[in-house]
Design a protein around this ligand. Structure first.
Ligand code: SIN
Ligand code: CO
Length: 373
């Protein structure tokens, strides 16, 4: 199923992206859910899938984490089942991410899906990430407040909420409506009917993650072995002093590592192309031989990208799930980065180069691309 957004992207980006929350009424016309509540509940029973149940009664909040064995204990109101990264586990749901590729792939994170019964929600809270919340089946009332400093509290150790806020958006969302919320705006959604909600979430690293990720890279590659040296050690009044020029030199040693363009780009590509959620990799058994891949593509079979797999291009460098992929066939790599479904035309003459075919075979045998049914 292909989803089409009725959205004026240039207008949206100029007026709302990272600036203001907005309801996009009927963002998806004639919306059809890619998943059923039963299928979602089934996914939350799987070990690999990250899920939680949030319920409340008279201001008392409960949170439990999947995998769940049964849902028999749940009543008919005031609970919500939330499942992370469903685009990794349920192929039809991953189609809901594609219309958002007007925004860069590296900024997109995952698709969280929630099922809520009347009264169900996670309470008023603030997220650090942009999100598009799509209303599927059912109706849910969403309130969004102004971005101001609000006191946070934990009504349950696993639940961070904010104090009540005045609404700048207060809307009953219907199937196909989309609520966009930039980071920092408090919001809460309460289901009016049994509801499915789809959250297309974004990621934006903070400097702590960047520094720590870069430090991992330095350690793995055994870089930064150069020691501080001072043949011109300056005199000082007191032996305990570390002088400002020494502070500068030490800082420059650190910045020097970050400022090596090749290493920085290699690290960034590896770092940013890694998914934050587990991938549903199923390497084919037995593995393909290159000529089998060649024949299948020539016969018209299509290769499909695994849901949640990140393929990122920086300059001429391509990164797939944390690894750089090298090939002189830039056109073929462009197609692999741009298209979710690939057919022989996408690869062009690259398919006649045995080294390209070996590389493609390795990616298919890793489970990153698979032949579409
Ligand atoms: C949801 O309940 O579907 C979304 C939760 C959120 O606002 O982050
Ligand atoms: Co939220």
């Amino acid at each position: 199923m292909e989803y089409h957004l009725t959205l004026n992207w240039p207008d949206f980006l100029a007026r709302y992206w990272q600036k203001r929350p907005v309801v996009l009424k009927r963002g998806f016309a004639n919306f059809i859910d890619p998943i059923s509540p039963d299928e979602l509940a089934g996914l939350a029973m799987e070990n690999e899938v990250d899920s939680r149940l949030v319920s409340h009664l008279d201001g008392d909040w409960q949170v439990s984490h999947g995998p769940f064995e049964s849902y028999d204990h749940l009543g008919e109101s005031n609970w919500s089942l939330l499942v992370q990264a469903v685009d990794h586990w349920h192929e039809p749901s991953s189609a809901l991410m594609r219309p958002f590729r007007a925004l860069p792939d590296w900024r997109i994170d995952d698709l969280m899906i929630s099922f809520s019964v009347p009264g169900g929600g996670v309470g008023p809270h603030v997220d650090q990430y942009d999100v598009f919340i799509i209303q599927g089946t059912g109706r849910r009332r969403w309130r969004v407040g102004e971005k101001t400093a609000l006191k946070q509290h934990c009504p349950h150790p696993d639940l961070l909420q904010v104090q009540p806020f005045d609404a700048i958006i207060d809307e009953e969302m219907e199937p196909g409506d989309i609520l966009y919320i930039p980071p920092g705006f408090p919001h809460e959604g309460y289901a009016l009917e049994n509801s499915l909600n789809y959250s297309v979430g974004f990621r934006s690293p903070n400097s702590r993650e960047l520094i720590s990720g870069f430090a991992d890279y330095i350690l793995q590659r055994d870089l930064g072995n150069q020691h501080y040296s001072d043949p011109d050690v300056p005199a000082r009044d007191h032996p305990a002093d570390l002088l400002p020029q020494e502070v500068d030199r030490l800082r420059d040693m650190m910045l020097g590592l970050i400022q090596q363009p090749e290493h920085f780009q290699q690290w960034l590509g590896e770092f940013i192309s890694q998914s934050r959620h587990e991938l549903d990799v199923a390497p084919p058994e037995p593995p393909y031989q290159p000529d089998e891949i060649y024949d299948a593509l020539q016969q018209g079979d299509m290769l499909q990208r695994l849901g949640g797999l990140r393929v990122i291009r920086i300059g001429d460098d391509f990164f797939v799930n944390g690894e750089k992929v090298d090939s002189p066939h830039q056109h073929a790599l462009d197609a692999m980065a741009g298209s979710i479904m690939l057919e022989s035309q996408h690869f062009g003459e690259a398919l006649d180069d045995p080294s390209f075919l070996v590389m493609l075979t390795a990616l298919v045998n890793s489970g990153y691309w698979f032949f579409a049914e």
